[in-house]
Design a protein around this ligand. Structure first.
Ligand SMILES: Nc1ncnc2c1ncn2[C@@H]1O[C@H](COP(=O)(O)OP(=O)(O)OP(=O)(O)O)[C@@H](O)[C@H]1O
Ligand SMILES: [Mg+2]
Length: 506
């Protein structure tokens, strides 16, 4: 028997009000790709943060390559050749790739000067060995998210890591980048590296992992050989019940136009035109999907609709009223709801509590605020409790929990609950299920269909073709900032939409 690379035995970690890890075991073989699966808030990030020295456990022992160790901080982890790629990258944007990689362990020449040349060569060599194709001299701000992730990988390889932890690495990637990352995993494995990766996507586990450990509500459920376990079984192990992947919905009954976009042009971040002469109508009672590869103007389109990005030309109408230049509160009051793509930047105030985040858009209304302008705290508490139950928002201290301390998926549920419960006439949702577990996705999809059936208009922007095909009634493909074509979902399939996303008109 080979000694396992990682043994975490009986790990317990307690946060105020919650046992995030309750006597958890994780054993990972050397040279294995091991997936960590579990519901939102199950304790995956906590367990990996303990392995990387970000948290000290309240109980349990850790053995690395057979030897018991104490990992008090990330420097201890680095010394044990453990590296972690976080979901939110930690790169300096106006530094080059090499500068970022050597940060904190800058190579010094005999003269005492910084020796970046030597480092750049080593970065180039590593990049070549693992097929990462990263340009050592490129500035971070000019490369894609996928490339930035590779820089993070290089950063830990540069520090000689041979145990690599990835916390939801695919959540921010396009489908093609995901395939590339999984191929990189295989290359790392063939060079003898050990990989632990967290994902909610069972398809990725089937495609890449050797074994999979499942956690549920802080507890260890089991470890499974992936090739012998199907997706349904994995889903059931993690949620504790069977999950249906098929979205149950009747044909739509579209009515009047709620959102009308007329010849909209929006500038992108570097002066280039991101949305170009785009027209689109979304009707009450239908779900319109925007399918496209990331970076084809989706973010700027949603930004313009939200009132966050100025419009260069063209007009936007909400229920017949022009709102192109209106402020954000007026858009809300007129019946627009929005789930933004970046929950940390635009969806939440991270240092506010759950209940405060849930009333961000309605705190001033008479329901929550009396005539003297005082907030009705008991009413808000009751309201928050209702949404916490309905959307299964899990955290240590319920309504009083700070959003910052919550798991990614539960943060996302706060945003979705707030926006759906406002009952907007048009619900604009961008990447709504990013970071959600399969059970939560099933529920959110059901709620979106229910909103449609109540006669609301829904505009869904998603990079996940499965989600677009399963949920939408009509699908508009976007390419280079323009709509290439619109098809009924009933006539659509992956190939057809894929071709349209590539710019082939229907
Ligand atoms: N720093 C913290 N302070 C207080 N509670 C925390 C902290 N970090 C995590 N928790 C709580 O511990 C539990 C487990 O969180 P964790 O982030 O490990 O979940 P997860 O499995 O990674 O979920 P997700 O899939 O949503 O990312 C959650 O209920 C969370 O609210
Ligand atoms: Mg997590």
């Amino acid at each position: 028997m080979n000694t396992p690379a990682i043994e975490m035995l009986g790990i317990t970690k307690i946060f105020p009000g919650i046992i995030a890890n309750d006597n958890v075991n994780l054993e990972v073989d050397s040279g294995e790709i091991h997936a960590l699966l579990g519901e939102n808030g199950a304790g995956k990030s906590t367990l990996m943060s303990i392995l990387f020295g970000l948290y000290v456990p309240d109980g349990g022992i850790i053995k690395i390559r057979g030897k018991e160790v104490k990992i008090g901080n990330p420097n201890d982890a680095t010394a044990l050749k453990i590296g972690m790629v976080h979901q939110h990258f930690k790169l300096v944007h106006n530094f080059t790739v090499t500068e970022n990689i050597v940060l904190g362990m800058e190579p010094v020449a005999k003269t005492g000067n910084l020796d970046l040349k030597h480092a750049a060569k080593r970065v180039a060599d590593l990049s070549k060995t693992y097929g990462l194709a990263v340009d050592p001299d490129a500035k971070i701000e000019s490369i894609t998210v996928g490339m930035q992730q590779r820089v993070e990988i290089l950063k830990i390889l540069y520090r000689d890591a041979d145990i690599l932890i990835f916390d939801e690495p695919t959540a921010v990637l396009t489908p093609q980048e995901i395939d590339e990352l999984l191929a990189i995993f295989q290359r790392l494995k063939s060079e003898g590296k050990t990989i632990v990766f967290i994902t909610h996507k069972l398809k990725e586990i089937k495609a890449a992992a050797d074994r999979c450990t499942v956690l549920r509500r802080g507890k260890y459920i089991g470890t499974y050989l992936v090739k012998d376990t199907d997706e349904d079984t994995l889903a059931e192990k993690m949620v504790g019940r069977a999950v249906t992947f098929i979205i149950d919905k009747k044909p739509s009954i579209p009515r009047e136009v709620v959102l009308k976009i007329e010849r909209l042009t929006v500038a992108g971040s570097r002066g280039i035109t991101a949305v170009h002469d785009l027209s689109l109508e979304v009707r009450a009672g239908e779900i319109m999907g925007i399918a496209g590869v990331d970076g084809n103007g989706q973010s700027e389109l949603v930004g313009a609709l939200a009132g966050l990005v100025p419009v260069k030309s063209g007009r936007i109408f909400l229920k017949g009223k022009e709102i192109t230049k209106e402020n954000i509160r007026l858009r809300n009051e007129n019946g627009q709801g929005l789930v933004p793509e970046d929950r940390h930047k635009h969806g939440l105030v991270l240092d506010f509590r759950v209940d405060e985040n849930l009333i961000l858009k309605s705190f001033y209304k008479s329901q929550f605020c009396n005539r003297a302008g005082f907030i009705r705290f008991p009413v808000i508490a009751k309201y928050a409790e209702k949404l916490i139950q309905e959307f299964d928002i899990r955290s240590g201290k319920g309504a009083a929990t700070l959003a910052r301390s919550m798991s990614g998926g539960n943060q996302q549920k706060i945003v979705i609950a707030r926006e759906i419960d406002l009952s907007p006439d048009i619900l604009i949702i961008s990447q709504p299920t990013r970071g959600l577990d399969v059970g939560a996705i099933e529920y959110i999809h059901k709620r979106i269909v229910e909103e449609r059936d109540k006669g609301r208009a829904v505009l869904l922007v998603s990079f996940e073709l499965d989600e677009i095909l399963g949920l939408c009634d009509r699908i508009a493909a976007i390419s280079k900032g323009s709509i290439v074509g619109i098809v009924d979902a009933a006539d659509a399939n992956e190939r057809k939409i894929g071709a349209m996303m590539g710019g082939v008109a229907h």
